[in-house]
Design a protein around this ligand. Structure first.
Ligand code: BEZ
Length: 357
C-alpha cells in the first residue's frame, strides 16, 4: 500500500430538510496487482460492518449503484452504515487507458485486492453487494476470508467458468457484435435491448462511448476467463454467511443464479427472483430491492423493525411458502416479488405470514 491518492467531493444526492450533506471521499491504494480506487460515503458506525459494493462489467460504482443508494427509502437503511464503493481497476471516472499489453488482474486477483482496501480503512467486516462480475469477486473474497464477511447480496451471479459450448457461442457472437453490444447482452435481456427504452439508450450510450472502453474490454476478458467457484452444498467450498441471491425473472443469468442457489447452504440463502426487473434489478426496481435488503439486514439482526417506521409503513409484505428448486423441501427461502401486488414472499412451505408494513 505504498501510494494513495484522495479526492474529496460533495455528493450529488438531494437532501431532505434538516439533513447535512454526506461527504464522499475517493481513495486509491496500491496492491500487488496494481492500484484500485474506492469511494467512501458516511462514517464508520461502531460494531457495524461496512457495506462494500462491487459493480459489473461495463459499469462503475455510480452507474451500477447510484439509483439504488439514492432511492429515498434506502436512506433510512444506509445512514446506519458506512459504504465503500469499489471501482474495478481502470473503471473509475477519468481512468487513463491501460498501455497495450497491460496484464489486467483476474477476478481472483481483484478479490485479493479487497484486503488492502479494508486494511487501509481499518474496517474489519463487510456486508457485500455485488452485481455480475462484482458478485463473483465478492464471493471469491468471501471464500478466502469468511470471517470478514457478515452477509452477501449477489445479483446475477454466475459461479461457473465458461464451458466449451459457452466459448463457442461467445466466439460466434464476437464475429458479428462489437464489445459494447456483447457487454450490453450480458447486462440486459434481449427483450430490454430490442425495446430500447430510455434506460437502455442511456447505458448503450455510456458503454459505447466510454473513453476507457479498452479497459472495460480487459475486465470483460477477465470475467469470461473466470474459474469455477466450485460451490458444493455441505462441502468446504461454500459461502458461510447469510446470502441473498437476486435475479430478474427475464435476466440473462437466471439459470445460473437458480443453479447457484441449489449449491449454497439453504439455511443461509434467500433467493429473490424479481418480476419485471430485466437484467439490472438495482437500476429498474430499487424499491423492491431496498425492501428485500431491509429484511435481509433484519434477519442478520441489524435493523430492528422499530427503526424501520417510514419504510415499514410504506407497503405490505406477505411472506409465503416455497419449495426448493431441486424439488426437495428445503429450508432455503425463495422470495418472489409480484409486480402487480408489490408483495414479497418467502418462507418454508405451508407457512404464510402477513407483515403489515
Ligand atoms: C451512497 O450513498 O452510498 C451512494 C451515493 C451515490 C452513489 C452511490 C452510492
Amino acid at each position: 500500500m505504498a501510494e494513495l491518492r484522495e479526492v474529496q467531493i460533495t455528493e450529488e444526492k438531494p437532501l431532505l430538510p434538516g439533513q447535512t450533506p454526506e461527504v464522499a471521499k475517493t481513495h486509491s491504494v496500491e496492491t500487488p496487482y496494481g492500484s484500485v480506487s474506492f469511494t467512501v460515503y458516511g462514517t464508520p458506525k461502531p460494531k457495524r460492518p461496512a457495506i462494500l459494493t462491487y459493480h459489473d462489467v461495463g459499469l462503475n460504482y455510480k452507474s451500477c449503484f447510484q439509483p439504488l443508494f439514492q432511492f429515498a427509502d434506502m436512506q433510512e437503511i444506509i445512514q446506519n452504515f458506512v459504504r465503500v464503493h469499489v471501482d474495478a481497476p481502470g473503471m473509475e471516472e477519468g481512468a487513463p487507458v491501460f498501455p497495450l499489453g497491460y496484464q489486467y488482474p483476474s477476478l481472483d486477483q481483484l478479490a485479493d485486492m479487497i484486503p488492502c482496501i479494508l486494511q487501509y480503512l481499518n474496517f474489519s467486516t463487510i456486508i457485500g453487494i455485488g452485481v455480475g462480475a462484482g458478485a463473483y469477486v465478492l464471493s471469491r473474497y468471501a471464500l478466502t476470508h469468511p470471517d470478514t464477511v457478515e452477509g452477501l447480496v449477489l445479483i446475477n451471479i454466475d459461479p461457473n467458468a465458461k464451458g466449451w459450448m459457452d466459448w463457442a457461442a461467445h466466439k460466434l457472437t464476437g464475429l458479428t457484435s462489437s464489445i459494447s453490444e456483447m457487454i450490453l447482452g450480458h447486462l440486459f435481456s434481449q427483450e430490454e435491448l430490442s425495446g430500447n427504452s430510455e434506460l437502455i439508450q442511456k447505458y448503450r450510450n455510456i458503454i459505447a462511448h466510454a473513453p476507457n472502453l479498452d479497459n472495460i474490454e480487459l475486465y470483460w476478458n477477465s470475467y469470461n476467463n473466470r474459474r469455477d467457484l466450485n460451490f458444493v452444498r455441505g462441502g468446504d467450498t461454500t459461502l458461510k454467511c447469510p446470502v441473498m441471491l437476486v435475479v430478474g425473472d427475464q435476466a440473462p443469468h437466471e439459470d445460473a443464479v437458480v443453479e447457484c442457489n441449489s449449491k449454497l447452504d439453504p439455511t443461509q440463502t434467500s433467493f429473490l427472483k424479481m418480476a419485471d426487473s430485466g437484467g439490472q434489478p438495482q437500476l429498474t426496481q430499487p424499491g423492491k430491492l431496498t425492501e428485500a435488503f431491509k429484511y435481509f439486514l433484519q434477519g442478520m439482526g441489524y435493523m430492528a423493525s422499530s427503526c424501520m417506521t417510514r419504510l415499514s409503513r410504506s407497503r405490505t409484505a406477505s411472506l409465503t411458502s416455497a419449495a426448493s428448486i431441486d424439488g426437495n423441501r428445503s429450508r432455503s427461502r425463495t422470495l418472489s416479488q409480484s409486480s402487480e401486488s408489490g408483495t414479497l414472499s418467502s418462507g418454508p412451505p405451508g407457512h404464510t405470514m402477513e407483515v403489515s408494513c
